[in-house]
Design a protein around this ligand. Sequence first.
Ligand code: 5GP
Ligand code: ZN
Length: 113
Amino acid sequence: MSDCIFCKIIAGDIPSSKVFEDEYVYAFRDIAPMAPVHILVVPKEHIASTDGINAENSVYVARIFEAIPQIAAAEELSNGYRVITNCGEDGCQSVKHLHFHILGGKQLLENMG
Ligand code: 5GP
Ligand code: ZN
């Protein structure tokens, strides 16, 4: 999508700090990190949110979750980490391109609500 920030990052039109890339997945450091390690993992196809996942595009999600442990290992998150995706208004999704946050590198708070 031409007006999507994350599509522009994937295309290289907006610079990013890339940590992983394959045919389906792009991962880069969040511009406003909320933990020592804060990475965004996104599908290379524009999917707006978890509501946009279906049988035709779920391979992107599968490949994201195959990439996550590789990224976590590369970032030395052996003590654990959190994976979050926000969806829609109540979920406080600000960028309308599906993305999974990897947060780690410190003891995270229990409260997720
Ligand atoms: P959301 O609130 O939609 O779940 O998360 C969007 C995330 O994208 C936020 O954590 C925000 O800091 C990050 N973000 C927004 N614009 C950019 C950008 O241009 N570059 C990078 N690296 N991260 C961004
Ligand atoms: Zn997009």
